[in-house]
Every structure is written in structure tokens, then in C-alpha cells.
Design a protein around this ligand. Structure first.
Ligand code: GDP
Ligand code: MN
Length: 432
């Protein structure tokens, strides 16, 4: 029989053999977990735009029907446009679960604004960009409506294939840019911008012309495009989309809609903007996990995965799939974990009623396995957990950890490696 030392070394070697896979998986997992792209609501985007002299309509934001009514009166406009605030597009053609059709309404009567807002706030709005059940509307924008004589499409984005920012525009009205790119690519115009030189007037003018602005409207549109580009750069946006970028019969170029996205890596130098993130459209469980510095991703199977690295998370999910099972979720503990976090992590993982088994896969590099084992034991006892656990622990202080788990009398199945752990977890749920 091999000595315990040799067995240890063998396990470590096996783990190391998997290392390239872990590393490859890590890059995918990082995209899944930590690269959340902040999106602002339309009213927040428009505030940034108007602060930077980009033309938007006068507006107020309301979170009750009564406030919406007051805002409509205060605007004192010929006509008012009322817009549900959710991050998804296609609101105009959306439907509320109150029965109301349309997330964007025009009216001349402030009282109608109040009545419509009542059927918007607190209800879900479903559009072609939301999940089927829609997204709950917490706020509405009450803006001065303007007549639109022509609508165009304008976006500024960071494009990997160009290694920098690109203006994308189309003179076509009411378009879906992805569909358009497929069906009529000749109607989409691009202008690549050198990020060090900035936008040239000739580029802004050319885009304005391609969008079909003529006469004095052309230089006005070019001026708006330049200001939008400078804002894009200043706030570290990854995308500014204006659809429609329109003109009025009175000869004004106006951004009628606005969507700005950001790269999480910009957070350190854009604190004011990231502070605007209301997180109300996140999954509540993801927010709760973030409160404890944990990363939770919900999936649709029945095996919960408890891991301590994004790469391990992906590898664990992969191996479950390869063995015919389906992960219910995964929770990444990260490094430097405390016992209290382990407890919270278990609570989150098992809050999902779909979970029929838990696979623990911890590689103790920085993490001390004994802390994890203590955390698991306490959590299972306090939560009176009945769900079977399959555990593969490896690394720092693993023997102590094994002892703690063995003495805990919990329904634990140990595994000799990750493959074995996945097989055992899949077998447990298959029996149910
Ligand atoms: P989306 O459907 O989520 O993209 O929301 P939009 O803000 O783009 O609004 C939908 C549509 O409503 C726009 O494409 C416009 O045609 C129309 N719309 C929005 N604001 C106004 C406005 O002030 N006046 C007029 N006449 N139409 C507007
Ligand atoms: Mn729009």
C-alpha cells in the first residue's frame, strides 16, 4: 500500500495535471462572474449627457404615480412623454403585467400621465429584450415630448476588432442594429477613432452626413456627435447608444433615448458613476452574495457547487456535465475566506430548492482547509442541512480538515479526486 505521503503527492500531481484546464476555465469564469458590466438607466444616462451639453429633453423622474402627475404639471409642456425605466430596450413595444400596452406613452394631459404611471410603477414590463416575465418598473421618466421629423441610429462603442472606439450609425429609422447588420450592412456606417488623437471634425461631419442630416442640421449633429464621443471617453464607457438620434421640425438634433454601459475595471476612477448603480435589476441572491464578498451564479440543474476559485468553479461545472449531471449553481468563496463567509455561502447555496446534492471542491492554496471544514460543519448543523455532501478538499491543512469532517457526523461522502467527486454527486441525485 502506498504511504500517506505518496498518496498526498499523487493527489497533488493529479491536481497539477488539471491545472491547464483550470487556467483555461478561469478566463471563461472570470467573464461569467466578476465582469459585470454596469448599465445605467435612461434617466441617469441622460443626466450625464445634459451635464455635458448633449441635447436631451427636459425631464423629471418619479417613483409614484402621484409624483409623476406632479412632474407632468411642473414640466408645463405642450406634450409629455412618459417612459418606464428598465435597462432593457424595446420598451415602446413592451407589455406590462397590469395589462397596459407600451412602456413609452405620449399625451397632452398631465392627468393621463398619472393614470398611466399607476399602471407602470410596481408592475413588470416585458419587452423582446427581457425575460418572459418582464422586469419590474420602479421608476418612470416624465419628459417634455418633442415632435420627431426623422429618426436615426447612433452608437459609440469600444470595438475589439478595431482596438479602440468606433462610431456606428444608420440613417434608417427604428432599426434593430443587429438585424440591420445582417440584412442591410450597406446602411450601417462606421467611423474608427484613434483614441489618442480623439474625434476629428471631419469624422463627426462625415457621420452626420451619412446619417442624412443636411444644411445647418449637419453641423449641429456633428457637434452633438463630438460631445457624445468626448463624454464616452471621459466616463470610461464601453458603449453609448442613442436610438433614436433624431431631429425635430424646429431644426434641433436631440437624443431621444440613451443607453450607456461601463466596464467594471473603470470603477476605481468613476466612483460617482458606479455609485448610481441601483442593483435593483440584479438577481437578489447575487446581491446578497456580493454583500459577503462571495460570487454566486445560479444555473438550472440540481447539484450545488461550493468552490474557492473561478477556475475551479468552471472545472467543477464541466466535470459534472461530463458525468451526466447538471450544476444548480456555483459559489466562489475566493481566497482569504473566513468561517463566517463559509456559513453565509452554505446558506445561499442551499436556499435554492432545486439543490439535491452539494459538491464541495476546495483547493487550499491560500485557504486553510480546516477553516473551510469548520465553516461547513457549523453551517450544516445550524441550518439542519439534510442535503448530502460530496467533499473533495486538497492542500493546506487538509488532514486536520478531514478529521473535523469525519467527526462531524454529517451526511458526507468523501472523494479521492474531482472526477470521483463529480461521479458521486451525480450518482446521489440520480437515485432521487
Ligand atoms: P425603447 O422602445 O426602449 O427604445 O424606447 P425609446 O425611448 O426609444 O422610445 C420608443 C419610441 O418612442 C421612439 O423610438 C420614438 O419613436 C418614440 N418617442 C420617444 N420619445 C418621443 C418624443 O419625445 N416624441 C415623439 N414624438 N416620439 C417619441
Ligand atoms: Mn430606443
Amino acid at each position: 500500500m502506498a504511504s500517506p505521503m505518496a498518496a498526498q503527492a499523487w493527489k497533488l500531481l493529479q491536481a497539477l495535471a488539471l491545472l491547464p484546464r483550470f487556467l483555461a476555465a478561469r478566463s471563461r469564469a472570470v467573464q461569467l462572474t466578476s465582469r459585470r458590466w454596469l448599465s445605467l438607466q435612461e434617466y441617469q444616462s441622460k443626466k450625464l449627457m445634459s451635464d455635458n451639453r448633449v441635447r436631451v429633453q427636459r425631464f423629471f423622474v418619479a417613483d409614484t404615480a402621484n409624483e409623476a402627475l406632479k412632474a407632468a404639471k411642473r414640466l408645463n409642456a405642450k406634450e409629455i412623454v412618459l417612459k418606464a425605466q428598465i435597462l432593457a430596450g424595446g420598451r415602446g413595444k413592451g407589455v406590462f403585467n397590469s395589462g397596459l400596452k407600451g412602456g413609452v406613452h405620449l399625451t397632452k394631459d398631465p392627468n393621463v400621465v398619472g393614470q398611466l404611471a399607476k399602471q407602470m410603477i410596481g408592475y413588470n414590463l416585458a419587452t423582446k429584450q427581457t425575460p418572459k416575465e418582464g422586469v419590474k418598473v420602479n421608476k418612470v421618466m416624465v419628459a417634455e415630448a418633442l415632435d420627431i421629423s426623422r429618426e436615426t441610429y447612433l452608437a459609440i462603442l469600444m470595438d475589439q476588432s478595431c482596438n479602440g472606439p468606433v462610431l456606428v450609425g444608420s440613417p434608417q429609422e427604428g432599426i434593430d442594429i443587429e438585424e440591420m447588420a445582417a440584412s442591410n450592412p450597406e446602411l450601417i456606417f462606421k467611423e474608427q477613432i484613434d483614441i489618442f488623437e480623439g474625434i476629428k471634425d471631419s469624422q463627426a461631419q462625415r457621420m452626420a452626413e451619412n446619417l442624412g442630416f443636411v444644411g445647418p442640421l449637419k453641423s449641429q449633429a456633428a457637434d452633438q456627435i463630438t460631445k457624445l464621443y468626448n463624454l464616452f471617453l471621459k466616463i470610461d464607457a464601453t458603449q453609448v447608444e442613442v436610438n433614436p438620434f433624431g431631429e425635430t421640425p424646429e431644426g434641433q438634433v436631440v437624443c431621444f433615448d440613451a443607453k450607456i454601459n461601463f466596464d467594471d475595471n473603470a470603477e476605481f476612477q468613476q466612483k460617482d458613476i458606479f455609485a448610481m448603480d441601483d442593483k435593483s435589476e440584479n438577481e437578489p441572491i447575487e446581491n446578497e452574495a456580493a454583500n459577503y464578498d462571495l460570487k454566486y451564479i445560479g444555473l438550472d440543474g440540481n447539484i450545488a457547487c461550493f468552490v474557492n476559485d473561478a477556475g475551479l468553479a468552471m472545472a467543477t461545472c464541466d466535470i459534472i456535465f461530463l458525468n451526466g449531471g447538471k450544476p444548480a449553481n456555483f459559489l466562489d468563496l475566493g481566497g482569504g475566506v473566513k468561517e463566517a463567509q463559509v456559513y453565509q455561502a452554505f446558506k445561499l447555496l442551499t436556499a435554492d430548492p432545486k439543490v439535491e446534492a452539494i459538491l464541495v471542491n476546495i483547493f487550499g492554496g491560500i485557504v486553510n482547509c480546516a477553516i473551510i471544514a469548520n465553516g461547513i460543519t457549523k453551517a450544516c448543523q445550524e441550518l439542519e442541512l439534510k442535503v448530502p455532501l460530496v467533499v473533495w478538499l486538497e492542500g493546506t491543512n487538509v488532514q486536520e480538515a478531514q478529521k473535523i469532517l469525519n467527526n462531524s457526523r454529517l451526511p458526507i461522502t468523501s472523494a479521492v479526486d474531482l472526477e470521483d467527486a463529480a461521479k458521486k454527486a451525480v450518482a446521489i441525485v440520480a437515485k432521487k
